[in-house]
Design a protein around this ligand. Structure first.
Ligand code: NAD
Ligand code: TYD
Length: 353
């Protein structure tokens, strides 16, 4: 296993990034973990308050769209590897304001690639640019089949198109300039610290507050859900044992129709909140569908399982229970992230829908 002493993690104050940062800070005390994050609406240092003063952790407020700020990180630290998670990540926001997705997801990634290339040009051995991507780059499936690493890209939302572009740039830098790079494409994550505009935390928060739960269209769309700590474990494994130049798909083999998932969540919430059975389901409201809504995502992660021995360890039931418990006991976190800006966003998305 290669030990890289200084690891730059971008987007470490976000949902998945904060789990990855914590895992690396705790598991690799001999490595310095530098978390570079712009702290957009989705970035929250409270996610990392338990490790903020640990010796092998440093936070750098950085906008990856700012070329100089990115280059400065490489001057300040002897960065040997990057795990790149910083991104605009919400499909609905990408439909209303795509520009930000182009800036952060494409230009931000290219800025990081250029800075890494410049810094590593004389000593590329042992370095690694690990790009975290999504299954959404593969487009949408019908009722059958799975996305494999060989599936052709067919992104359909501004979010997935920007992530697909960034994947292409990473591969292009790897082929053209020899930058050691690896990419993983993961299915939908859920778990503690997810910003409550994504389906699962939004539903938990709304049910708790007796607010309607908006289900797009007929709720027939299918997603493959993975607990965030299982994704972090896969990232750790791929970072240390993955082969540069390769791509790995990560998925939960856990497909749910949105409406079935929401009904399950309603049952769990009734039990946790001691409400009469069936009361949360009454909050479900079918609303206008998302434009261009992808029908189904499903990942074949057999390559990662066979080559690196990764399997998810959390069942969906246990992961959902943990997630619900976390949101119900972290009310302060929720209050803090549901700022005025979020309320405005929420109203503009759902009023009249
Ligand atoms: P998130 O929105 O919760 O967090 C994104 C983080 O990036 C935030 O901390 C934000 O402040 C930071 N950021 C945004 N723009 C930035 C900029 N210009 N400069 C520096 N930092 C910036 O996202 P997430 O759900 O944790 O996703 C993390 C990564 O994983 C993304 O690349 C996403 O595409 C990918 N991914 C997410 C999922 C999922 O289900 N959430 C699934 C597969 C892949
Ligand atoms: P989301 O969490 O936004 O993830 P993604 O679009 O990246 O898959 O949405 C998950 C699914 O839930 C998707 O099919 C859209 C749907 N959805 C709703 O039905 N209602 C909602 O309020 C939200 C946010 C999503």
């Amino acid at each position: 296993m290669k030990t890289r002493k200084t690891i730059l993690i971008t987007g470490g104050a976000g949902f998945i990034g904060s789990h990855v940062v914590r895992r690396f800070v705790k598991n690799y005390p001999g490595c310095l973990i530098v978390n570079a994050d712009k702290l957009t609406y989705a970035g929250n240092l409270e996610n990392l308050s338990d490790i903020e003063s640990v010796d092998n952790y440093k936070f750098e407020k950085t906008d990856i769209v700012n070329k100089k700020a990115v280059a400065d990180l490489f001057t300040k630290y002897d960065i040997e590897a990057i795990i790149h998670l910083a991104a605009e990540s919400h499909v609905d926001r990408s439909i209303t304001s795509p520009d930000e997705f182009v800036f952060t997801n494409i230009i931000g990634t290219v800025n990081l690639l250029n800075a890494a290339l410049e810094s590593w040009k004389n000593r590329p051995e042992g370095k690694l640019f690990y790009h975290i991507s999504t299954d959404e780059v593969y487009g949408s499936l019908g009722n059958e089949g799975f996305f494999t690493e060989a599936t052709a890209y067919d992104p359909r939302s501004p979010y997935s198109a920007s992530k697909a572009s960034s994947d292409h740039m990473v591969r292009a830098y790897s082929h053209t300039y020899g930058i050691p790079a690896v990419i993983s494409n993961c299915s939908n994550n859920y778990g503690p610290n997810q910003f409550p505009e994504k389906l699962i935390p939004l539903a938990i928060n709304n049910i708790k507050n007796n607010r309607q739960v908006p289900v797009y269209g007929k709720g027939e769309n299918i997603r493959d859900w993975l607990f965030v700590e299982d994704h972090s474990a896969a990232i750790d494994l791929i970072f240390h044992r993955g082969t540069p130049g390769e791509t790995y798909n990560i998925g939960g083999n856990n497909e749910w129709k949105n409406i079935d998932l929401i009904r399950l969540l309603c049952k769990i919430m009734d039990r946790k909140l001691n409400r009469p059975s069936g009361s949360s389901e009454k909050l479900i409201k079918f609303v206008k569908d998302r434009p261009g809504h992808d029908k189904r995502y499903a990942i074949d992660s057999s390559k990662l399982q066979k080559e690196l021995g990764w399997y998810p360890v959390h069942s969906f039931e246990s992961g959902l229970e943990k997630t619900v418990d976390w949101y119900l006991s972290n009310t302060k976190w929720l209050e803090n992230v549901i700022s005025g800006e979020y309320e405005k966003y929420y109203d503009s998305m759902y009023s009249g829908r």
